[in-house]
Design a protein around this ligand. Sequence first.
Ligand code: ATP
Ligand code: MG
Length: 474
Amino acid sequence: MRPLAMTAAAPLLETNNDTAPKSRERGRTSVLVVDDDRDMCELAEAGLGQRGYSVSWCLTPGEALTAIERDDFDVVLVDIHMEGMSGLELCREALAKRPDLVVVVMTGFGSLDHAIGAMRVGAYDFITKPVSIDALALTMGRAARHKTMTKELRWLRQHLGHKQLPNVVGDSPPMQHVADLVNRVAETDANVLVTGESGTGKELIARALHDRGGREGPFLAINCAAVPENLLESELFGHARGAFTDARAARSGLFVEANGGTLFLDEIGDMPLGMQAKLLRALQERKVRPLGTTHEVPFDARIIAATNRDLETEVAQGRFREDLYYRINVVRIDIPPLRARGNDILVLAQGFLERLAERSNKPVSGIGRLVAERLINYNWPGNVRELENCMERAIALAKFNEITPDDLPAKIRNYRPTEVFNLSEDPNELPSMKVVEERYIRKVLAAVSGNKTLAARVLGLDRRTLYRKLSRAN
Ligand SMILES: Nc1ncnc2c1ncn2[C@@H]1O[C@H](COP(=O)(O)OP(=O)(O)OP(=O)(O)O)[C@@H](O)[C@H]1O
Ligand SMILES: [Mg+2]
């Protein structure tokens, strides 16, 4: 067995300046080696360096995560057995941070199950120790080509219009951001938490994630708020025959039924605390124990959770477990409220109009200017679902081939938005740009329920600029 390196004495990230003058040289494939065995790192550095790679290495997973966040390595080579965090955990965390990372793991001979575990969480390939430099160089070459091809594919997708998500209408800047996130994380196994007000399209986005991810298994959904607590456990984890009065036949439960696919845990913020503990255990161990049995069954479903509750507040008030919150919130997708999506409102309205008019056999084909104005001005507390209902009602009431304000519900027809630009005709009373800007920022903040990240996105500012402007206004 090779001696372990003294990690305490090792600098955060070392590069061999004798053979590779700069670790991130242009045009060279960059490799990060993570192994607590310094000899292995130096061997890989020398061998791959000679073959034209630019090699950096670190001795602990913690240092590796910092390096991965800071630099865009082409390939990361990870030893699966390390002290502290395991290589497998490192793979999971690194891929959650950078879903496009190409990870190759090194495992000891005879521990193939670790390699399989790593591939499950998204590693690209594995290589068994002891490693010969020729075999390592071959694997690195393949991994680097894979990275190049993935980059090209992403570029093509973005430039050939595949960016738009299936069935998701609207391309306002906040929705483009959502689509971008979905495209980036779809192919990983990272747990995703989808948040947003009621009716914003959380389930639609969860389905888009599943469709884009290319998983072959099913998309299964459960509404955790609608299933009574005593049934939730057997729904999720399954049960043996006779485990309880109504259990006439054994059932494997949604976690296992969604194998190879996605399990969507809707309204997770409403899950009772007792059940949260059991869910946490299942997610940590990637295994479930069906009710009335003593054996555990592994599962391979991607987990997407959704809620319209503010989970940070739920955690602070002791209604939601903090450890579970971190487990499900590896990647978070915030769906903006409809009122923050500008022109999407009209595009969605037109889409609903066409679909629903065809279904109801009415020749209604458009919305007039006055209706468009009302739809844009309204604040849509029920979001897209409310807009869909509003269009359905309008089509049913329409007397002409165009929707008129009379076909809208009174609360939308008569809605008066708070004026941002309440401008006087008198030049002496006209506000300065600074005042108008302040008012507009406050209006946007109110529209997105105080969510500063979202407000910054709507305003086209970065967060820091928004904070600066806000502190100046106070
Ligand atoms: N961007 C969109 N394009 C087209 N249809 C949409 C869009 N967003 C939402 N919808 C439609 O609006 C309705 C509500 O969407 P969905 O059920 O996904 O919302 P939700 O956020 O899960 O709501 P809730 O919090 O009430 O569960 C659905 O009929 C959905 O198809
Ligand atoms: Mg929903």
